[in-house]
Design a protein around this ligand. Sequence first.
Ligand code: 5GP
Ligand code: SF4
Ligand code: MG
Length: 459
Amino acid sequence: CGVFGILNHPQAAAITALGLHALQHRGQEAAGIVSFDGDFHVEHTMGLVGDHFSTEAVISKLKGPAAIGHVRYATTGAAMMRNVQPLFAELEFGGFALAHNGNLTNAQSLRRQLVRRGCLFQSTTDTEVIVHLMALARGGSPVDRMIEAVRQVEGAFSLVAITPKQVIGVRDALGVRPLVLGKLGDSYIMASESCALDIVGADFVRDVEPGEMIVLDESGVHSMRPFQQQPRRLCIFEYIYFARPDSVIEGSSVYEARRRIGEELAIEAHVPADAIVPVPDSGVPAALGYATQSGIPFELGIIRNHYVGRTFIEPTDQIRHLGVKLKHNANRRVIEGKRVILVDDSIVRGTTSKKIVEMVRAAGAAEVHMRISSPPTAHPCFYGIDTPEQDKLLAHRFSVEEMREFIQADSLAFISFDGLYRAMGEPRRDPDALRYCDACFTGDYPIRLTDRDERDSIE
Ligand code: 5GP
Ligand code: SF4
Ligand code: MG
């Protein structure tokens, strides 16, 4: 998901809509904006930001100098209007709205306790537990209540919230999901990625730190530390796939990280070839790095139709399969007779790779080699990236050689852990000093998985 919030701007909702548009890659299922001008105004939509939040008629309903917004990519809860964020509620102190990027790992357990205490849930998202925890909190002020609530949840969360007086941002103690602070004239902004600051012409101020709560109010920016300090563990998959390449997260350019992974791949796993072809768009920066390092020409051998959403996000298998075909076509002239190295960011179920290899062969490639800029995805993510259950992960079921056979490539290689960490500017993957979460590749989950463990103990 993507979150955005702004305080003290005469066109807060219009700026939020633009910011969400720049964060659209983080979720295409639904979007919402809540603004405040003495009253709260709430607008939710299924689908893309631009399809709803681009008209004067809609934006003019969202009055006020403060607004927050959300683009949703479902990791918990079904695709339906009730689950669209920001979630809005009337609490003891007044209205409150909340937008969440990430995934809570003890939401089901908290939900059961809250339901027993009489809470009436309106949605099936994990995020709603935070609202109920705030409603029940002993503290009086919105900030005190929010602190009390976020201390009880486990998992990954970058939150942006709005109260009658403040816009509040929080990152979980490990900082799994990104969140940045920006400035636009006299107003402050918080957003999932720096690309959302660029689009509105705001200056990047700094990252919200892991474990930090930032409160924006009339008097400015206030920083708090509600959690015990812990070593940071940003999601490494933000660099590999999820974030936009023009974003800078915790000081590192996403684009440059991807390029360097491509260079490392070319150093580790090269084969003789005539063309380096990215699987667009996610494979492009790594393929550029691979081509530069290997000296083999970079070619757009696969053309992507941009009017189809990310296939992975479509909810049913049938549509997902269809999506892969709708999305990519081989550029026969640059592929025919060539030994092609395809570069993509990840293999999840294997659907994309299998189809692409088949397509490139059908277009006349002499050889098709696949290079992947992440290690094998062998474990599900519980922190806000929508991976399928473990048995559907190709890398859980198969060895690399079996995966090669499955996707019918002449060769298949994944970036090594040390190659990945070198690309991130570290000498190797040092298990004692990890700065990133890499659990979907290693199974080394940095945050307790309370709900999963309870489920497993029942089964
Ligand atoms: P597969 O077809 O193997 O299941 O998925 C791999 C493809 O999905 C890759 O091209 C990759 O770019 C994309 N992908 C990987 N992870 C995600 C994700 O979390 N969400 C979306 N939408 N796509 C993903
Ligand atoms: Fe990111 Fe993977 Fe960790 Fe999920 S498990 S937060 S995708 S690195
Ligand atoms: Mg892709």
